[in-house]
Design a protein around this ligand. Structure first.
Ligand code: ATP
Ligand code: MG
Length: 396
């Protein structure tokens, strides 16, 4: 830590000595009082002190000096020691100099000669107070900036750790699902082999058990494929292009109901659905999951109804699919967009609880949001929002 200093500049030796004596007798001892007889000497003292690491709190200069006048000296010193408070000793006719020093040296005060001792000491004390307050404030600001930087660094670090952990978990889920397939294939293969080559040697009961094993294997293959699709979706980088949602909803619905027999389903789209900007492959998964659910959960209705609507909100567009199916009690449906969350048992309605989780992942990637509302025995509405198509190719 350098020393705190005050510099007094006057061409009259008596005056600088008097200044020094008065300040020394009334200011704290740790403050060093330097004196100079002209601008050159003042510059030299300031430069040397600054190089040694000392601080100038106050600089007091006479205005009228041979050579460089006080206002010009203070303005020049202001570039070297901007934090020091500058005081000028003036005569009655030095208005121009005062103005120059205010504009160019940030002059703190001027004191008219001859000064009164009280006035001088009071002014210098005020200058010291102001300097110290500013220093404390600067220090606090520095600390806050440092704390803020530290906080931002920690947030960056934690976010990176978190996204690494998520990636690892996704990779793990993918590997596990993938590796489960091979032993499952063996179980299925041996069961099939036993039934085909040794079926006649087995009792009816054992044959049924083995048929059950094959059924369970089939379900498990399905689950693993769904899981693999989910983790691939989680990793997928969307390729954005114009997507015609009207066509997407109609064709997907046709594909879903084609293999279904003996059902009466009224499917209606209100108006013509607009285009959006999105990844057509991923959005097809969204529409397919939502419509499959609507078809599945209206299974017990004599006349199933599925309707699609849209509404615009700024540059976002919201699509909603409503069905008149079994519905569920919203009280227990807090995390339906999380993986493996279901409101119905496997025996009532088959499924794994992966569909809506996939929908959410995909809509998140498109910057939209998802929602579900339902009433038991009345029906369900699932909705999602997407950015409106931006380009001319949206209606392709
Ligand atoms: N249209 C709907 N009507 C009634 N319940 C629904 C509807 N859509 C979703 N749900 C409820 O939300 C749960 C989660 O849906 P999700 O699509 O994720 O799983 P799933 O259809 O059971 O299985 P998966 O889609 O993985 O084959 C469903 O099991 C069901 O309980
Ligand atoms: Mg589903």
């Amino acid at each position: 830590m350098g020393r705190d200093k005050i510099l007094c500049v006057d061409d009259e030796e008596m005056i600088v000595d008097a200044l020094k004596m008065e300040l020394m007798s009334s200011l704290p001892e740790n403050i060093v009082i330097e004196t100079a007889r002209n601008a050159e000497e003042a510059f030299q003292i300031v430069e040397e002190s600054v190089n040694q690491g000392d601080n100038f709190i106050v600089i007091i200069s006479d205005q009228r000096m041979p050579g460089i006048p006080g206002d010009v000296l203070l303005a020049d010193l202001n570039k070297l020691v901007p934090d020091a408070l500058k005081i000028m000793l003036t005569g009655y006719t030095d208005i121009d100099g005062i103005q120059y020093a205010i504009n160019n040296a940030g002059l703190f005060r001027y004191i008219q000669k001859p000064w009164s001792r009280e006035d001088l000491v009071l002014t210098v004390r005020q200058a010291i107070d102001k300097y110290n307050t500013k220093k404390e404030l600067d220090e606090k600001t520095r600390q806050i900036i440092k704390m803020n930087e530290e906080l931002e660094r920690k947030v960056r670090e934690r976010t990176a750790q978190l996204s690494d952990a998520i990636k690892e978990l996704e990779a793990f889920a993918y590997t596990v699902s993938h590796d489960l397939k091979s032993p499952l294939r063996s179980i299925d293969y041996y069961s099939k082999y036993i039934l085909e080559d040794h079926g006649s040697e087995l009792s009816e009961e054992v044959r049924n058990m083995i048929l059950n094993i094959r059924d369970i294997c089939g379900n498990m293959f399905d689950l693993i494929d769904n899981l693999l699709l989910y983790s691939m979706t989680a990793k997928a980088q969307p390729e954005f292009a114009a997507v015609d949602m009207d066509v997407l909803f109609r064709t997907t619905f046709e594909e879903i109901v084609k293999p279904i027999k003996n059902r009466s389903i009224v499917f209606e789209i209100e108006g013509r659905l607009p285009g959006v900007t999105g990844d057509v492959v991923l959005l097809k998964q969204v529409v397919s999951n939502i419509l499959s659910n609507a078809v599945k959960f209206t299974r017990n209705r004599e006349q199933a109804r599925i309707s699609v609507k849209h509404s615009t909100d700024g540059n976002m567009i919201r699509f909603s699919v409503t069905d008149n199916g079994v519905g569920f009690n919203m009280k227990y449906a807090s995390k339906l967009f999380g993986i493996f969350q279901r409101m119905h048992t496997q025996s009532e309605f088959e499924g794994y609880g992966i569909g809506l989780a996939t929908v959410k992942k995909i809509i998140d990637k498109h910057g939209g949001d998802v929602g579900i509302s339902s009433e038991e025995g009345v029906g369900t509405t699932v909705s999602f929002s997407l950015p409106l198509s931006t380009g001319k190719d949206s209606d392709k």
